[in-house]
Design a protein around this ligand. Structure first.
Ligand SMILES: *Cc1c(COP(=O)(O)O)cnc(C)c1O
Length: 396
């Protein structure tokens, strides 16, 4: 690729960061090595003093991981990327490296369970004040950010009820309050939402989801300006070791080649399924960002480039109806993962969100009639047939 041209995301996802060895292999090489050797004692000394820029140990860097980081940065439109061993390692390294005792973090309340636990349990133990707000309520954001803060953390669309945070307005408020704006962009994928275009400082991913997309490996990514990602976060990572394995990096490099094909198809399937349920299952309340019935439809059209592949539904009849629905399915698997080639469904109340106390679940609006569907790559008609089987079972 030429450094002077701009390429489309599809091209970047296939070719970005590719660095071939002296063997001219077609496919990205897997450098499954923990360490590196030096031709002389002096070369080793120069590598450690920083006079020589080369790989010294795979906790700091590895050629396969570097290819993936460059590809991810190009795809996101970010200056820099550092990959981590999981999505949670990305979230935690970002917070732990940039925050200190006495700081204040404001976050949207509707968060992935482990992110919620870091904010409500771990950071407060270290003297960091955290405040959770209703991410859809601009007055709540204005109130919370009328006092200084060091970080704002949001997930949009959120898990599991697909609430949106207005990236443009909240980023502006965060910056006025002196805070860095951090976005967990997992549900939208790097193709469906570009937080950096709204001035967001850092974007984090669980690469375990759509980026792998085949249910194989865990991974995470942190993207943004080099002065944050390389100077602050990476220095913390070098010492604390949440590094991505080169094997997983290689799997993720190969996955990225088909990311846009897969996401396009999943989104088309999800749109089809969501419209079918709307038309044929009148007593199911459905939420999908690009359905006109979504309470933040206009915002979804503005800041998202697609509606995503996750659908939230509320069934009449609560937990018993949900269990009957899930247990009657023949294709869609019951699983708490998402973004997979296989369609996956879960009952958040008794699984992903069962650790929350009753008050938090009520604040989030998660009830025992909710189910979350991650639409995969099967044929849409077969998925619809499976869902209609589940629907028939509710009342049986
Ligand atoms: C899965 C997920 C995470 C955590 O990622 P892991 O790879 O499981 O550690 C964080 N945020 C969101 C929105 C997720 O879906």
């Amino acid at each position: 690729m030429s450094k002077n041209k701009t390429y489309h995301p599809d091209t970047l996802a296939v070719r970005g960061g590719l660095s071939r060895s002296q063997f001219d292999e077609t496919s990205e090489a897997l450098y499954l090595t923990s360490g590196y050797v030096y031709s002389s004692a002096q070369e080793a000394a120069d590598s450690f003093s920083g006079d020589l820029d080369r790989f010294v140990y795979s906790r700091y860097g590895n050629p396969t991981v570097t290819m993936l980081q460059e590809r991810m940065a190009l795809l996101e439109g970010a200056e820099s990327c550092r990959m981590t061993a999981s999505g949670m390692a990305a979230v935690f390294a970002t917070m732990a490296s940039l925050l200190k005792s006495g700081d204040r973090v404001v976050a949207s309340r509707a968060l992935f369970g482990a992110c919620h636990a870091i904010l409500t349990q771990i950071l407060p133990q270290w003297g960091i004040e955290t405040e959770l707000v209703d991410g859809t309520d601009m007055t709540a954001w204005e109130d919370a950010l009328s006092r200084p803060a060091q970080m704002v953390f949001v997930e949009t669309p959120s898990n599991p009820l697909l609430e949106l945070v207005d990236l443009e307005l909240v980023t502006a408020l965060a910056h006025q309050a002196g805070a860095l704006m951090v976005v967990d962009n997992v549900f939208a994928t790097p193709l469906g939402q570009k937080p950096i275009e709204y001035g967001v400082d850092l974007v984090v991913y669980s690469a375990t989801k759509h980026i792998d997309g085949h249910g194989r490996v865990l991974g995470g990514a942190i993207l943004g300006k080099s002065e944050l990602v390389d100077e602050k976060i990476f220095k913390f990572m070098c010492r604390t070791g949440p590094s991505l394995s080169p094997f997983n990096a290689w799997v993720l490099l190969k996955s990225l080649e088909s990311l846009s094909l897969r996401v396009d198809r999943m989104v088309a399937n999800a749109d089809h399924v969501a419209r079918h349920i709307t038309q044929h299952c009148p007593d199911i309340t459905i939420r999908y960002p690009w359905l006109e019935s979504h309470p933040q439809y206009a915002l979804a059209r503005k800041q998202m480039r697609h509606g995503g592949n996750i659908i939230a539904m509320e069934l009449p009849g609560g937990q018993a109806a949900c269990f009957r629905f899930l247990d009657s399915l023949n294709i869609i698997d019951i699983s708490n993962n998402l973004g997979d080639a296989k369609s996956l469904i879960c009952h958040p109340f008794t699984t992903t969100h069962s650790n929350l106390d009753e008050k938090d679940r009520a604040l989030l609006g998660i009830r025992d009639g909710h189910i979350r569907l991650s639409v995969g790559l099967e044929h849409a008609d077969d998925l619809i047939d499976d869902i209609m089987t589940g629907y028939a079972a509710i009342n049986s």
